[in-house]
Ligand binder design. Structure first.
Ligand SMILES: Nc1ncnc2c1ncn2[C@@H]1O[C@H](COP(=O)(O)OP(=O)(O)OP(=O)(O)O)[C@@H](O)[C@H]1O
Ligand SMILES: [Mg+2]
Length: 351
């Protein structure tokens, strides 16, 4: 995939603890653990997009600094308890096998439990028993990650004081604004993902656009990056709560260019991985298409696309599936894109 099609959130992953914004108390404690080479089990919890996963990865990379790649491989394990395969007792066996490997070069290996609240109760119980067994905790520390602390079993949460609770907080608006201006925009310029002209647009009038993006992002740096990307690519600031891992406009744009396969892959991801609300997705797309500065389409086809998006919204209430709706949309865009190109050709022939 060319970097133009990639998400800002994937291109701008903070690799160090200092690269994470906000969460000052947590970062201070983690730096202390690294210096003292000692660490309790941790629970990272809080709303989506605050950097829990990114910070766990930065911590691992700083904790394992100096080890060679093979040693590193042996010293951490990431378990994502949201997938069916990794929710049950089998994963506890995998964890046990990991515990049995010697830790080389570090006092503790690290196991990250992503979406830890997704573990079955049998798995949580078995895990709690392992955590209370001093032999097992000897050379492994766990980081439990969850959005909702209450969903984590009290045994794991407390583990008799064995786990340090680390609540992730919304990031303050002024901190995010400074981050955008001093770190994100220069990085995007370096990656050639924005040019001088777009940069000017972002910072004109006391950075009005950035201020607005931050305001609708509810303290989440991930939401800020996604909304910034949507703005850079399409000129709108999406205000819905919907968070897309892939830009839905890209789906339309690829279809207009006749790239059905790539466009369908985005549609599948939006429906099956992100589980988007199809009604607000169509709303966002209508807002984007309404903007004047979309290169792909002449105005008459833009009007047709807008009407089609509205029809699709009505069809939701008739029970048409999300998949059918997005396939219809992709088909329509392919046709409109072709007609648009034919018009352009004709225009060239005439002139
Ligand atoms: N505090 C932060 N500082 C810098 N970048 C951040 C921060 N939080 C999020 N991001 C950006 O958003 C991306 C996604 O964040 P991350 O996956 O770590 O959030 P999360 O808290 O784990 O969310 P979820 O609860 O949905 O898993 C990061 O890769 C990074 O680009
Ligand atoms: Mg995460």
């Amino acid at each position: 995939m060319s970097k133009d099609n990639q998400q800002f959130t994937d291109l701008l992953i903070p690799r160090t603890i200092d690269g994470i914004i906000g969460q000052d108390v947590i970062k201070r404690k983690l730096r202390g653990y690294i210096t003292s080479k000692n660490m309790p089990h941790l629970v990272f919890y809080g709303q989506a997009g605050l950097g829990k996963t990114a910070l766990s990865e930065a911590l691992i990379s700083e904790w394992l600094k100096g080890l060679n790649p093979t040693e590193k491989e042996r010293c951490y394990l990431i378990i994502k308890a949201s997938t069916q395969k990794e929710r049950g007792i089998a994963v506890i066996n995998e964890y046990e096998r990991f515990c049995d490997l010697p830790s080389i070069g570090v006092p503790f290996k690290i196991c990250v439990w992503e979406e830890a609240d997704g573990l079955t109760s049998a798995a949580q119980k078995a895990l709690k028993d392992l955590l209370s067994n001093p032999l097992h905790s000897k050379n492994v520390r766990s980081i439990f990650i969850t959005n909702y602390i209450n969903k984590l079993s009290p045994e794991l949460r407390g583990s008799g004081g064995r786990c340090e609770l680390m609540p992730f907080k919304k990031v303050q608006e002024n901190v995010m604004l400074k981050w955008l201006l001093t770190s994100i925009i220069p990085a995007l310029m370096n990656l050639k993902l924005i040019n001088e002209e777009s940069r000017e647009k972002l910072i004109v009038n006391k950075a009005e656009v950035l201020v607005n993006i931050v305001k609708v992002s509810d303290g989440s740096p991930r939401a800020v990056l996604r909304k910034l990307q949507t703005y850079v690519q399409s000129g709108i600031i999406s205000s819905t709560d919907e968070e897309y891992t892939l830009n839905p406009f890209e789906m339309i744009s690829l279809a207009l260019k006749g790239k059905i396969g790539e466009s369908s892959r985005i549609a599948d991801k939006l429906i099956y991985s992100d589980g988007v609300n199809i009604y607000s997705l169509l709303n966002d797309l209508r807002k984007i298409v309404q903007k004047e500065d979309i290169k792909e389409l002449r105005n008459i086809y833009k009007g047709e696309l807008l009407m089609y998006l509205k029809d699709l919204q009505s069809s939701i209430f008739l029970g048409v599936s999300d998949e059918m709706i997005l396939s219809g949309l992709i088909g329509k865009c392919v046709v409109l894109g072709t007609m648009n190109n034919e018009d352009k050709l004709k225009h060239k022939e005439v002139s």
